[in-house]
Write a protein that binds this ligand. Structure first.
Ligand SMILES: [Ca+2]
Length: 358
């Protein structure tokens, strides 16, 4: 075993010279997003869909919203509108609502602000792309029905993940809401501030008594950087081309009903070789491995090796994730302050015969 380990250590040094750096650079990592979507606002509102009092110049104000957690709310039927929602619903203004989203981002309840153009003349289309991550999978997005006293369309806390997956494609129909902040009864009523304000409510009477949607948001998944599920084809040697001379050997295997991953991390400490070793059982369908690692000490080479003297010293743990089947991200935390915690991104140097990376 020791012979093999030395052999591998040599490989980490030699192979980069042999193979050059083709496809080995890991500088295109973008772990900041988990999925990218295009949302298209398809407005159908017209004299045909809503003939009652249909106004001149029907349009929708610029889209504004956020990706967030369930602890954050942009707007909700039955609740009072925030000042930002009032400004959006009455004037189509987005400044105050943007500030409210920024505060939620600051409070770590929302992640990204969403903004897109409006629709100058309905019916019509507008679309934009946005990033979203697993920790903030909800989307809220609104636009003013214009002209109107304080009416708007929107979605509240729409979850783009289902059964642990990003939804490929979905449509959400859009119905009119009254923000409860202006008492006008027709599209072109003059301003009449509602004081005190009333809760946000779906409009079911004139001029929207026919219950027809004003349009829909179509969400289309463009790409994801979700992690590759754990399987045998992730086995192999990984290293960082810019840090040649150290790396990991990962073996992922099945043994009697168990799924087992073993990790050997060949590295250094205080100018001495250091091997960190460990293994874990992992769940079928998981997309990460968390492995407790130990260093070893207490014995000698060859005939001097004494299994009774051999000792494992707990070192800490690593979590491995695989953006693709030839790249690994190692997040490590050592219980020894001399090592601390950090991240390394490695690329595969050698895989296993007959197991394709795809
Ligand atoms: Ca008002």
């Amino acid at each position: 075993m020791k012979y093999l380990l030395i052999y591998f250590s040599t490989f980490f040094v030699l192979l980069p010279v042999l193979s050059g750096s083709q496809k080995l650079h890991a500088d295109d990592f973008s772990p900041a997003f988990a999925a990218r979507y295009r949302v298209t606002f398809e407005a159908v509102w017209s004299r045909t869909t809503h003939p009652d009092q249909f106004p001149p110049g029907p349009h929708f104000s610029p889209l504004i919203g956020m990706t967030h957690q369930s602890s954050a709310t942009l707007w909700q039927s039955g609740r009072l509108a925030s000042e930002g929602i009032e400004q959006m619903a009455e004037l189509g203004a987005t400044g105050v609502l943007s500030d409210e989203v920024s505060a939620l981002i600051e409070a770590a309840q929302a992640e990204f602000i969403l903004s897109g153009s409006g629709i100058g003349l309905s019916p019509g289309f507008t679309s934009f792309e946005f990033d979203i991550t697993q920790a903030f999978p909800l989307v809220s997005l609104v636009s003013m029905i214009a002209p109107s006293p304080d009416w708007f369309i929107g979605i509240n806390s729409f979850n783009l993940r289902q059964n642990g997956q990003w939804i490929e494609q979905t449509s959400v129909e859009l119905f009119p809401y009254d923000s409860g902040t202006d008492s006008g009864l027709t599209f072109t009523s003059s301003n009449a501030d509602t004081n005190p304000a009333e809760p946000i409510a779906r409009i079911n009477d004139s001029p929207f008594a026919n219950s027809a949607p004003l349009g829909r948001f179509n969400f289309q998944l463009i790409e994801t950087n979700s992690n590759v599920p754990i399987s045998g084809n992730l086995s192999g040697l990984y290293y960082d081309p810019d840090r040649s001379g150290e790396g990991i050997n990962l073996l992922i295997t099945k043994q009697d009903q168990r799924n087992i991953a073993t990790l050997n991390w060949y590295t250094y400490h205080n100018n001495q070789q250091l091997w960190l070793v460990g293994n874990t059982d992992y769940q079928e369908d998981s997309d990460q491995l968390t492995i407790d690692l130990s260093s070893s000490q207490g014995s000698g080479f060859g005939p001097a090796f004494n299994p009774a003297a051999f000792e494992l010293v707990p070192w800490g743990s690593v979590t491995l994730t695989f953006p693709s089947c030839d790249r690994v991200i190692i997040d490590y935390t050592s219980s020894n302050p001399a090592f601390g915690s950090g991240r390394q991104e490695l690329v595969k140097l050698l895989g296993v015969a007959d197991l394709k990376c795809e």
